[in-house]
Design a protein around this ligand. Structure first.
Ligand code: DHB
Length: 309
């Protein structure tokens, strides 16, 4: 048996791949499906103060290369997930609450509730692209750091933040250095690109309904963008905080690339939408085979081990 274990402080992942928040994690049934799979952790859907239906359908579309989602945060509300967590603990893997809000006070309220429950970590989603008229919090870096600084003082749990893709190195530097100085434990890089779409040439219409058919772009095309964010974030944070890489993970090789780039673990989104939780069995097999082939003895020594030429 090969040791594929990695950790972010007290969060220990037997296998460093699990769901990215948003996919297969809205109902107790889905969350249990992750529990029973080879996923190394369970991350909840981003939860809001009150339950939400989300946007009208069709709100998620695919082609071979990409996915576009305009879900609009359908979720059962924070109280539902707080009631689920005790039962999910029987799966003996880290359980991470993803939280979101439309205002600072919303975020405070949801945080206060999950902080009292036996979640192992809290991921603050500051990058949801799909709520009409609201901007992505994380593009306001000082505001994001202010919010996270306050939350940090209120909890001893592992706290992370989910970020969108940035366009400039300076933004990644400012965020990475800010998070290190606050004592945030991990960053999840990256949420979907906020503005993507798929056009159906036969009907000459958008494929997706909400928000003029434009929503969060994910899938294979996101991987090079996400990898670059991980490399730069790891560089600017000097490896001092954990990184969960998200974007186009479909194979064991993809996981290994993210590890080399500086990620401690990866989140799987589009491939999980397409294939369901059995995708983690496939990923685990491919990843272990790759580690055997490459004669990797210590996976942890490979985190951020990428060579620059
Ligand atoms: C949704 C999409 C996201 O990318 C996200 O981070 C949270 C929620 C959504 O539309 O439901």
């Amino acid at each position: 048996m090969i040791d594929t274990h990695t950790d972010i402080k007290d969060l220990s992942f037997n296998f460093p791949a699990f769901n990215a928040s948003g996919v297969w994690c809205t109902s107790n049934q889905e969350l249990s499906g992750l529990g029973m799979s080879e996923a190394g952790a369970i991350v909840t859907k981003s939860m809001t103060v009150m339950p939400r239906e989300g946007n009208a359908k069709t709100r998620m579309v695919f082609n071979d290369l990409i996915s576009v989602n305009g879900m609009g945060l359908p979720n059962h509300g924070v109280d539902y997930y707080c009631a689920s967590v005790k039962q999910l603990r029987s799966f003996k893997k880290p359980i991470i609450a993803s939280i979101v809000g439309f205002s600072e006070s919303d975020i405070d309220l949801v945080f206060e509730k999950v902080n009292k429950q036996p979640f192992d970590g809290i991921e603050v989603n500051l990058s949801c692209p799909n709520v009409s008229g609201k901007s992505v919090f994380a593009y306001d870096i000082p505001l994001s750091l202010k919010i996270l600084k306050k939350l940090r003082t209120q909890s001893k749990k592992i706290i992370g933040v989910k970020l969108p893709p940035y366009n400039q190195r300076g933004e990644i530097q400012e965020m990475a250095e800010g998070l290190v100085s606050i004592g945030v434990d991990f960053a999840t890089l990256i949420n979907s690109h906020p503005l993507g779409c798929i056009i159906n040439i036969e009907t000459e219409s958008m494929m997706m309904k909400p928000n003029m058919g434009i929503g969060g772009l994910g899938g294979a095309v996101l991987k090079p963008i996400a990898l670059a964010q991980v490399v730069l974030f790891h560089h600017f944070s000097k490896g001092k905080i954990g990184i969960i890489g998200v974007g186009g993970v479909e194979t064991g090789k993809d996981i290994y690339e993210y590890i080399l780039a500086g990620a401690t673990a990866v989140g799987v989104a589009t491939a999980l939408w397409k294939y369901g939780p059995s995708v983690f069995g496939k990923l685990k097999y491919e990843f272990e085979q790759l580690l055997i082939e490459k004669k990797v003895k210590s996976l942890k020594s490979k985190i951020g081990a990428l060579r620059f030429i």
